[in-house]
Design a protein around this ligand. Structure first.
Ligand SMILES: *Cc1c(COP(=O)(O)O)cnc(C)c1O
Length: 376
């Protein structure tokens, strides 16, 4: 079965092998050297002043960022399940919160955020997804962060990049906390989360808040290549392998470029067979299609064609399906995915099969090569 869900994503074979060795103790020079290497590689992925790794799924990083950086009131953008989660975390900790709620296909605008900030002087942190995975939406986080900082540089910007870090280049110059998670773009099993931090964030963290998720104690320890509590040793070994694999494969620039090409080619292919891309601004992490037959298509993909894509949650259950674009994806696998979707539409009697999806995908993905051939 081809795993094409936007998290978890497949773990490459060399990474699985790297993680299969005997268990290391985390308080040893041997592991500290691996930890140091992981930090070095992470600073290339997340160009910020500090980076910490937590033994938790992505939500742990969300909670750590909120409790350590929102001291008075959090403004969270809810255009899907993950944005909603930021508000729930604030409530669970008795931190004041204001929510900007949107339909799951509509990105937040700079103006809306600016108006809310200006109207409420208590807001000291803004939390938003770069890529909101619930509907495959891209929020204009960099522009929002810039506008907020121009009004008040003390307002902390928490950017959930769990399906964006490792997918596209992110301008973190106005971001204070940038979150990543292992089982999405980083192609690892679940259980490791990462937070990039600005100097302003480190200052605001001070002594830190919380216990397990106290970022001050993690910063202090991780600068010495160790962790406050037991490190996710196996996953960190895997992380080094993933980041070294990307480096050897012509680097992050190539990965970002390939991902953008794949996402665009997939969308063109599916639009060419009459399907509709759901979000107003699609994230590069996934291709999201809304369709009355979404549930049927998903079942058919699984049962007839060995392809596992994700469905929708809550009110979008059975109404959308989401195809992963994160990680090092074999192009021939993705061509099979779009071909299977066309086959499913044919099986549902919606169109005759003529290979349009795989043709359009190939033409778009290889357009530079095809153009050269034409010019000859
Ligand atoms: C997956 C995801 C998370 C974190 O979820 P976990 O299940 O805790 O790893 C947070 N934000 C976004 C945008 C995600 O896609």
């Amino acid at each position: 079965m081809l795993l094409f869900t936007p998290g978890p994503t497949p773990v490459p074979e060399n990474v699985r092998k790297a993680m299969s060795d005997t268990t290391l103790h985390h308080r040893t020079p041997e592991f500290e050297a691996i930890f140091e290497r992981a930090r070095e590689l992470l600073f290339k992925l997340i160009p910020m002043n500090e980076v910490v790794m937590l033994s938790s799924s992505g939500t742990g990083a969300m909670e750590a960022a909120v409790i350590n950086l929102a001291h008075k009131k959090l403004l969270n953008v809810n255009a899907g399940k993950f944005g909603e989660r930021f508000g729930k975390i604030a409530k669970a900790h008795g931190i004041g919160s204001v929510e900007l709620k949107h339909d799951w296909d509509k990105p937040a605008t700079v103006e809306e955020i600016v108006d809310l900030i200006k109207a409420d002087a208590e807001i000291d942190a803004v939390a938003i997804q770069i890529s909101e995975s619930a509907g495959g939406l891209r929020h204009p986080v960099e522009e929002i962060a810039k506008a907020v900082k121009a009004i008040n540089p003390n307002i902390m910007i928490i950017a959930d990049g769990i399906t964006a870090v490792g997918v596209e280049r992110i301008d973190a110059s106005n971001i204070d906390a940038l979150l990543a998670g292992s089982q999405k773009a980083l192609m690892l099993p679940p259980g490791l989360s990462i937070i990039g931090l600005s100097d302003a964030a480190i200052e605001k963290i001070g002594e830190g808040k919380g216990y397990y998720l106290n970022l001050a104690s993690e910063i202090k320890n991780q600068r010495k290549n160790t962790t406050a509590y037991t490190a996710a040793t196996t996953l960190i070994i895997g992380l080094v392998e993933v980041l070294e694999t990307i480096e050897k494969g012509d680097g992050l620039g190539k990965l970002y470029c390939d991902t953008a090409r794949r996402a665009k080619s997939t969308r063109f292919a599916l639009e060419a067979i009459g399907l509709h891309s759901f979000p107003e601004i699609p994230a590069k992490s996934m291709t999201t299609i809304d369709d009355a037959d979404a549930g049927k298509i998903r079942t058919m993909l699984k049962e007839q064609f060995d392809v596992n894509v994700a469905g929708g949650q809550d009110h979008l259950k059975g109404k959308i399906f989401r195809i992963n674009q994160m990680g090092l994806i074999d192009i021939h696998e993705l061509i099979w995915v779009v071909n299977s979707i066309e086959l499913s539409l044919a099986a549902l009697g919606r169109r005759d099969f003529d290979g349009t999806a795989s043709k359009v995908f190939t033409q778009e993905y290889f357009k530079t090569i095809l153009k050269k051939e034409e010019d000859k």
